[in-house]
Design a protein around this ligand. Structure first.
Ligand code: FBP
Length: 254
């Protein structure tokens, strides 16, 4: 069954605020800007800049989303891990589709570390989540991150293309991938993902100019948009940057 993607799309493009780094990286991500430590600040930023949605883990969603419920769609990340554990990564499910729906989510997110020795566990869990989310009419976004000892070039075009295609094969509505380095490479990723839409993550903070060029290149490649965090809320002027990115993504501004 096709799910309604228009809930998080404007003029054919999608711009999501990612704010699950407190779990994935720890609070050190928030040191660059004190405000970014406060979930309310980041939610407000996403609302004011007309983002299509915000991505939260369930704890933040429970405690901070209610006051923004009618202002911005919620995507709840269903699995996660800390960076403390070494070795091949396993991102464990920490929230159910039902809980996400009760929190007001219109979509769910799930990370699959392709190539990890735990890949099969994540693939199996994702299959169940996908089935349940479809029944509930929720959008499914798969973070397709090839990672682990066996993955020698996680950010190469070849690896990211494979990851995006895997998302299509598994039934994801959107895949979220790392930037493969060029417009040409990302265009290929988009082509191979077929009807599964491609979102690109922001990654570590770039200079403002490089970030804006990156956003423009992502759009030029035919990707659906971005799910981005650090490059927005670590900026010196987060609202200005958020609004500028929104203009590029939704209104083709240069
Ligand atoms: P950023 O734009 O800050 O890179 O966020 C995107 C994201 O996918 C987050 O949703 C997630 O917490 C983080 O990156 C994962 O980062 P890493 O690649 O270091 O595991």
């Amino acid at each position: 069954m096709e799910v309604d993607l228009s809930k998080i799309t404007t003029n054919g493009h999608t711009l999501l605020m990612a704010y699950d780094q407190g779990l994935e990286h720890g609070p050190e991500d928030f040191l660059a800007s004190k405000e970014s430590m406060k979930p309310g600040f980041v939610l407000d930023l996403a609302v004011k800049a007309n983002f299509n949605g915000i991505i939260l883990q369930k704890g933040i969603a429970e405690k901070y989303y209610p006051s923004s419920q009618n202002k911005i769609p919620l995507i709840v990340k269903l699995n996660g891990k800390t960076k403390l554990k070494k070795g091949d990564p396993l991102s464990t499910q920490v929230c159910s589709v039902k809980e996400a729906k009760e929190l007001g989510a219109i979509g769910v997110g799930y990370t699959i570390y392709l190539g990890s020795e735990f890949e099969s566990k994540m693939l199996a869990q994702f299959g169940k989540i996908e089935q349940e989310a479809e029944k509930q009419g929720l959008i499914v976004i798969a973070w397709m991150y090839p990672r682990g000892e066996a993955v020698k070039n996680p950010k190469s075009e070849k690896t990211i293309t494979y990851a995006a295609r895997t998302g299509l094969e598994l039934g994801a509505d959107f895949v979220k991938v790392n930037y493969p380095g060029s417009i040409k490479a990302l265009s290929r990723v988009v082509k191979v993902a077929g009807k599964t839409k491609v979102l690109v993550s922001g990654g570590k903070k770039l200079t403002q100019e490089k970030f804006f060029v990156r956003v423009k290149d992502i759009l030029t490649s035919g990707a659906a948009g971005l799910a981005v965090g650090r490059n927005i809320w670590q900026a010196k002027t987060p609202l200005k940057v958020a609004r500028a990115v929104e203009k590029i993504v939704h209104h083709s501004s240069s």
